[in-house]
Design a protein around this ligand. Sequence first.
Ligand code: HEC
Ligand code: HEC
Length: 369
Amino acid sequence: MNRTVSSRSSWWAVLAIGAAVMASPTVAADFGAVPMMKVDSKKAALGKRLFFDARLSGDAGVSCSTCHIPEKGFSDGLALSKAYPGSDGFRNTPTLINTAQKAAWFHDGRIGTNLNDVTRESITETYVMNMDMRLMQERLKQDPIYVKMFKDAGYGEPSNGSVRKAIPEYLKTLTSRGAPFDSGKMSDSAQRGFELFKGKAGCSQCHSGSRFSDDTAHNIGVPENPEIWSNPARHMTYVAFGMFMGIENYMNIRRDVGAHIRTHKSDGSDIGKFMTPTLRELTHTGPYMHNGVMKTLEDVVAFYNRGGGDDPNKDPRIKPLGLSKEERTILVAFLKSLSGTPLTGPEHVWKDTINVNYAVIKDWLNQRN
Ligand code: HEC
Ligand code: HEC
């Protein structure tokens, strides 16, 4: 008897939850604070030193933090990124805050496995850090501080495999906090902007979840950045990338094909699709879009209000919005309320000078660290 009653009441509970979900198409819980991640503190501390250490690059002059600058939300403030000396970049440097919670990385989403692969790619790619990881490993073994840190972190002697684990462990510590949106301190206009964002403006169709991204690529018609094609140092990097990634006609095209480099659709319908970026930390990470063509959030909102750019592949959901000046202002106020406390303290930034004047280990080939 008792059993019947209890099993019936749990059925009611299931039905009640179902009804609640159906009654509200936009579930408020969709947009919570970004959850903190569980982190191994010793591995993350090692990853932090590695992230700020230029010895991880071929010429010992470029570190991850050359382009991912803490004061700029771990982006660089440039429209198009720098690159390894002798070349120049063709994409905007994305923020690394909350990056450990993404499903796919880079503006085209070409790495969909894990941050271990992104780390390898960043270190070895010729136009990023241009490092041979075998050499990197031997360099690290000469530094007594690393020898100790790798050991303390449980990795044994420095190796390229453990670098590819320690840096992602550090990246897991970079989580947004303190945004007015999360602390309940949104201004009245930001609050109204949020309603517009979810409603009439239709932004949450793609910018959803706690990071405000669906981790999917779409074409919204962002215009090309002519600087990529007029500056030979940037163009040459794109040509090398295109050749390596198997883009047809890479010598002659004058556009960034985006996700096409991984999906290679024969009808070209994937050309110009880029991953939906997070909308968190925007006040620290301009200029915007994969190629940095939009300087301000006002520019971005004006772009959407016009119905996005001109592109035969454009997503049908991007169309003129007819927002008034007041509505555009509150939408920007909402976007700004998603930026939190800068992650610039010692918890997130390696503050000690990295001393490279250590004695080289004698007879090192016969030593085990
Ligand atoms: C020369 C500048 C530069 C350096 C150095 C650099 N990056 Fe980046 N990083 C970029 C750019 C530009 C992109 C976007 C590339 C693209 O879309 O093709 C990027 C993308 C990323 C992403 C993906 C973010 C996302 O939202 O998809 C991660 C993670 C990342 N970098 C981590 C690192 C790490 C770790 C290092 C050091 C091992 C590093 N980067 C070194 C410029 C740089
Ligand atoms: C169809 C999906 C879609 C819709 C709808 C959409 N976006 Fe986007 N959004 C994207 C994609 C994709 C990008 C990146 C495009 C690129 O890099 O070329 C983007 C980029 C952005 C950026 C730049 C972020 C950065 O760091 O560079 C902002 C800000 C933004 N969108 C805000 C909005 C607002 C506000 C709305 C509603 C008016 C909106 N989006 C509607 C898909 C969408």
